[in-house]
Write a protein that binds this ligand. Structure first.
Ligand code: UDP
Length: 375
């Protein structure tokens, strides 16, 4: 039996599957086009300042999935970290996600939870029964005032489209709270890897049976050499873009180095048009257990992804899925290849979902999901 598998991409999807299959006795070759592992989660300690930098933008680990949390903790130590995001709009600083403080500050009120809930229900547009677009979702649940101050312009800067064209699912990522909890996430397990994300992935790949090839794009024509291929690259690239290029947003980061503390928080969003960037990330605040005299900030700019750029966010429009459907059908019909992860399935995935799905894909392949041996 051929026990050779190829895994394309050394981000979380590829590394998790590689690890699980190698443990089960497969010979796994991992092909990574970039010079490093960990995909867009890649983090690196800056030589000059000692600050751990999230090179492709902020990543905060959060999950409700105990299996994922237990799994990821095997590969490195996590420190408690709660992401508390601030938002600047109309020259005022607020807390996100929208919570009782945001509501009270924004409307100049002193509402208690039930009062705020009733107040926001009045603000919401109840004629929108089934919100499909981002704008409908916002108008329905927070009303025009909060929508225009916090979401509309940020979303146009981030996605390059009007929120009337984007799906409600993007906004559903964010909670609205009627208490003073300003934890950006609602998940049970939250934290930051003490030594960054890169060692987590390195440790997964540091398993007998895995060979890692960096700087090595994979030619789909080679798939016949392997019993199976797990592909976490862009789905359209695998098929030679024959249905056209799926659209992505890419990010540019302008770096600022300074002494001391630049903004006093890890993430501040800029929700209006006063600034062209969407947010500023000050990396050292992601590691409050470390002391650094100097600081590094990333000013984050979003734009359409050109062929030579790094893809970040898949752009799924509210009403246009024809091209994607064609690729998904092709992927479904492609023998001996499993498409995984953010790029392989063209979905806006958080790290924990990516890892959970990769564990499931490995289980299914190994036939352990139902306790049956597959091969
Ligand atoms: N969003 C917004 N204003 C904000 C924060 C988020 O309009 O201050 C919208 C925006 O469309 C964004 C989406 O909510 O793309 C999801 O936000 P999240 O913070 O989860 O984005 P990520 O950190 O994944 O870029």
């Amino acid at each position: 039996m051929n026990k050779n598998v190829a895994i394309i991409g050394a981000g979380f999807s590829g590394a998790v599957i590689a690890h699980q299959l190698a443990k089960a006795g497969y010979r796994v070759e991992v092909f990574e086009a970039r010079a490093h592992v960990a995909g867009n989660c890649y983090s690196e300690r800056d030589q000059e300042t000692g600050v751990m930098v999230h090179k492709y933008g902020p990543h905060i680990f959060h999950t409700d999935n105990e299996k994922v949390w237990e799994f990821i903790n095997r590969f490195g130590e996590f420190k408690s970290y709660v992401n508390r995001v601030k938002a600047i709009t109309n020259n005022q600083v607020y807390t996100l996600p929208i919570n009782l403080l945001t509501i009270n500050q924004f409307f100049g009120k002193t509402l208690r939870p039930a009062e705020a809930q009733a107040f926001l229900a009045e603000q919401g547009d109840k004629t929108i029964e089934n919100p499909v677009t981002f704008e409908d979702q916002a108008l329905r649940f927070v009303g025009r005032g909060l929508y225009e101050a916090f979401f509309k312009t940020y979303t146009i800067k981030q996605w390059g489209f009007d929120p009337t064209q984007l799906p409600a699912s993007i906004l559903k990522r964010l909670p609205v709270r009627f208490n003073y909890d300003d934890n950006y996430f609602s998940h049970k397990f939250q934290g930051m890897p003490k030594d960054g994300y890169t060692p987590l992935v390195e440790n997964m790949l540091d398993t007998e049976g895995i060979t890692l090839h960096l700087n090595t794009p994979f030619d789909p024509a080679r798939k016949a050499e392997y019993a199976h291929v797990f592909y976490s690259g862009p789905i359209d690239a695998w098929f030679g873009y024959k249905e056209g290029r799926l659209p992505y947003r890419t990010l540019d980061f302008k770096e600022l180095r300074a002494d001391g503390d630049y903004q006093g928080n890890a993430v501040i969003n800029y929700c209006d048009n006063a600034q062209p960037y969407t947010r500023i990330t000050e990396h050292k605040h992601f590691a409050p257990w470390e002391q650094h005299e100097k600081t590094i900030c990333y000013f984050e700019y979003s734009r359409a992804c050109e062929p030579e750029d790094t893809p970040y966010y898949p752009i799924r429009m509210a009403d246009d899925k024809v091209q994607l459907e064609k690729y998904l059908k092709l992927a479904n019909e492609e023998p001996n290849v499993t498409f995984v992860g953010r790029l392989g399935t063209y979905r806006y995935l958080d790290m924990d979902v990516t890892i959970g799905e990769a564990l499931d894909v490995a289980d299914k392949f190994l036939g352990t999901a139902d306790g049956q041996a597959k091969m």
